[in-house]
Design a binder for this molecule. Structure first.
Ligand SMILES: Cc1cc2nc3c(=O)[nH]c(=O)nc-3n(C[C@H](O)[C@H](O)[C@H](O)COP(=O)(O)O)c2cc1C
Ligand SMILES: [Mn+2]
Length: 530
């Protein structure tokens, strides 16, 4: 049954042996990050990107509940809640992430009903769908303490993660905004740099939905703004966001920190912009998300949130954000982003502050990303039906590398699939896509390496394209714009201009295999290979 809140989730982690309470004093400035980094990498050794052979069989370490925080007596901080494949499954209450994918497929499989009986058969499914929609309730635990006048963000044990970070960052916030045109809500996870007691950065990258809502507000207040090249900062090329946009307007924003795991996870999934994350969370937890209205802005937040920040982003203000030690393993450089002014904080009594750190992989976000990979496969297949499997290796930090197997049926299809991926939501950021035939197991990097490098004629098989790249890419010629590469490592066909014979893969015949199988016990003994 769905977790009602962060506390029920913490209790479940505890029951599963997936949580440790830390009573040793720890400092939110750097020290918690160092401890969590070691725990995240318990199976690979710290610091290095160890090769699989060097990995210990034990999984990554547990979720951590810090209960003795330097400078914050009485506060508690949860980190690494999603930091293993096991915990990701526990969070989504499944034995295998494929179960979530199967449930999505089940809903997509619906055929148009042919007659009355077919319609009746659909009723249970419709009833089930009713469970996904959020419902607004009069009040909830997040209103136990309401602070409108005297409050400070610095009261919370907000982390500084890495030595060269610009300061403390809220790293696991569910940022709620409303589309001024459609009224639909969006929940996105965008980190927030704490500038002072009541002000933070709002790091929604320009291709994200929060940023689009912001631009919609700008277009409303300044109708000719649509003509501008980029309504956010223009840092590339050296000219810093020069023009202030006028007239000064505001945009309402609410931020929930410390929600049940389905809501937190829904804030990171790359869903289509018009699908509300509250609905996705309802689908994942199979129970409606309960929402309460905010005190000072026209937005709704999960009723059981530990902490809620309410306020405004001013439309005429940008401020330097970063640097921040990011999940690429490098610092993302400073850039200009909008600013969030907090006007009210509500929270539960003795709130648990939920956070994460990112840095050199593998870290907590690696497991969240892997869950996204599994869950989105059936959705990708809707538009790319020849897709068989995908792998986003953790060290490819999700936007740098996607290995894709396809069932190839016509010439040039691998290139068609690359282009489809580059035009599919946030998959547009994929810097390198490797395409293989369906007989290659994309989850096996050794097999991929062997076959891809054998199969390519680099000059012929590499496709370059230009387009948007992830804001975190530090190598592209311009911020947010650069090149991407696709490698077509499928077998080449005569109809693709390949006239040489294609060799067979070496495989022993079954008869000989059976013969050796029958002798193997004795042979293995003799060979010392038992
Ligand atoms: C821990 C964590 C931190 C993230 N920080 C940011 C961020 O600062 N800015 C950003 O644009 N995306 C960030 N993301 C990725 C977004 O949450 C993700 O792209 C999400 O799909 C955005 O939601 P949206 O499509 O509703 O905009 C982060 C993801 C994770 C897991
Ligand atoms: Mn969204």
């Amino acid at each position: 049954m769905a977790y009602d809140d962060l506390r029920a989730w913490i209790a479940a982690l505890d029951r599963a042996g997936e949580l440790r309470r830390i009573r040793t004093e720890a400092d939110p400035i750097l020290e918690i990050a160092e401890i969590t980094d070691r725990v995240s990498k318990a199976h690979v050794g710290t610091g290095a990107l160890a090769r699989p052979a060097e990995r210990s069989s034990a999984g990554p370490g547990p979720a951590l509940l810090f209960q003795n925080l330097k400078g914050h007596p009485g506060s508690q901080l949860l980190i690494n809640q999603f930091g293993s494949a096991e915990r990701m499954k526990l969070a989504l209450e499944v034995d295998s992430l494929d179960q979530v994918a199967d449930r999505i497929r089940h809903f997509m499989d619906v055929k148009s009903p042919q007659g009355f009986l077919d319609k009746v058969k659909m009723l249970p499914m419709l009833a089930e769908m009713g469970k996904f929609f959020p419902k607004t309730v009069p009040t909830g635990p997040c209103k136990e303490v309401i602070k409108r006048d005297s409050f400070s963000l610095l009261d919370f044990p907000i982390l500084q993660c890495w030595p060269k970070d610009a300061g403390r960052f809220i790293t696991l916030p569910c940022v709620v905004t409303r589309d001024p045109k459609t009224g639909k809500r969006n929940v996105g996870m965008y980190r927030m740099q704490v500038y002072d007691e009541r002000t933070t950065g709002m790091h929604w990258q320009r291709q994200k939905v929060g940023a689009e809502h912001y631009r919609e507000r700008l277009r409303e207040t300044q109708p000719d703004a649509g003509a501008r090249v980029d309504l956010m900062a223009q840092t590339s090329g050296g000219s810093l966001a020069a023009e202030r946009l006028t007239p000064a307007g505001k945009m309402e924003v609410a931020v929930a920190i410390g929600t049940d795991p389905a809501i937190t996870f829904s804030a990171i999934v790359p869903a289509p912009p018009d699908v509300e994350e509250y609905l996705i969370a309802g689908f994942l937890r199979q129970k409606p998300v309960e929402l309460v209205k905010c005190e000072t802005v026209d937005l709704e937040v999960p009723a059981t949130s530990e902490i809620v920040l309410e306020g405004h982003v001013h439309l005429d203000e940008l401020r330097t954000e970063g640097p921040f030690g990011d999940h690429t393993g490098f610092y993302s450089l400073e850039d200009l982003y909008p600013v969030f002014h907090v006007s009210c904080i509500t929270h539960r009594r003795n709130p648990v502050y939920a956070t994460t750190i990112v840095g050199k992989p593998p870290m907590e976000d690696a497991w969240m990303g892997k869950a996204v990979e599994r869950i989105f496969l059936p959705l990708m297949k809707l538009t790319i039906p020849e897709l068989v499997d995908i792998n986003l290796p953790i060290e490819g930090v999700f936007h740098n590398l996607m290995i894709v197997s396809i069932r190839k049926s016509y010439p040039g299809q691998a290139r068609k699939v690359m282009n489809a991926i580059w035009s599919l939501g946030q998959a547009m950021f994929t810097k390198c896509i490797i395409l293989v035939d369906e007989d290659v197991n994309v989850q096996d990097i050794a097999e991929v390496t062997l076959k891809v490098l054998n199969h390519i004629d680099p000059e012929r098989d590499i496709q370059f394209t230009l387009g948007p790249v992830d804001s975190l890419d530090h190598a592209s010629r311009l911020a947010n714009y650069g090149s991407k590469m696709g490698i077509d490592a499928t077998r080449k066909w005569p109809t693709e201009g390949f006239s040489r014979p294609w060799p067979d893969e070496i495989l022993m015949d079954p008869k000989t295999k059976e013969l050796v199988d029958s002798k193997w016990k004795a042979l293995a003994k003799e060979l010392g290979l038992e």
